[in-house]
Design a protein around this ligand. Sequence first.
Ligand code: NAP
Length: 286
Amino acid sequence: MLVELKNTTKKLCVIGDPVLHSKSPLIQNTMIAALGLDYVYMAQPVARGHVAPWLTAAKVAGYAGFNATMPHKVDLVPLMDHLDEDARLYRAVNTVAIRNGFAYGHNTDGQGFLQSILDIGISPAGRNIVILGAGGAAKSVALKLVQQKARNVYICNRTLSKAIDLCDLAPFGSMTPSPMNRAALARLLPQADLLINCTSLGMTGVDAQWEDLSFLDDLRPEAPVCDLIYSPAETLFLEQARLRGHQTLNGLNMLIWQAIFALEHFTLTKIDGQAMLKVLAPVLSE
Ligand code: NAP
């Protein structure tokens, strides 16, 4: 897309390794244009282990802020001058606003997921929720759902030790680790009110695919099913859930909402998120 640059234009970017595939520049520059803001947003490769010199460089170069993706989110935590409640809760930072030489660390991932399910009428309070996966995305989603008073959050993961480590982060034993096998899912899914895939299985560019989705037969038809993946728009997991009659949601609106919340932190401007969803929908479906 074409971006108008002036001498006053403030710089934003997303850092990662890799990062050039990121949709964040398209999303952020579209919102910046729609809102008439004087910012530009780029993709900035930063190699693993180099996030500390990058932060110094960003401050010196006058960046207004940046987003972070793999593998930098955890490494940024000790480098922040201020951490918000969610970044503290997840022990990970995905948004850094730089003001007067100070770095303000935020994490908008969990809030982005929460808003995307609230938009379609799903509230986590009092629900039994089964999460597949125990990586970075599962961490923000699970801890946000616990914070929002989910009754039980079960973390099912191929590597059980990672599910145990994730559950240790939650207060008051509100999360329960489980293996991600047929027998364990047959025990958990009949009581589940919501099922969320936070693994990378089925994502475009990832070879690994679900081998057996028959565990979906154990889920009550009225339980919605979410997949954090947005490419492809409908994963095999979501297709099989839809064919069994479940309400389904992919990860696109989570991606958009976390970007909206990030832009609010960068600009200290309140943004009409529903209006931005309408602006971005045609751009992202191209
Ligand atoms: P991650 O930290 O690398 O975690 C990957 C997870 O997938 C782990 O739980 C891993 O299990 C599991 N997994 C990978 N291959 C597997 C296989 N063959 N069989 C079973 N489990 C497997 O990645 P992440 O950052 O959490 O991201 C996970 C997914 O969420 C990605 O597809 C990403 O694109 C998506 N995501 C979407 C958004 C959004 O805004 N919509 C935001 C963040 C992430 P092990 O622990 O056993 O390895």
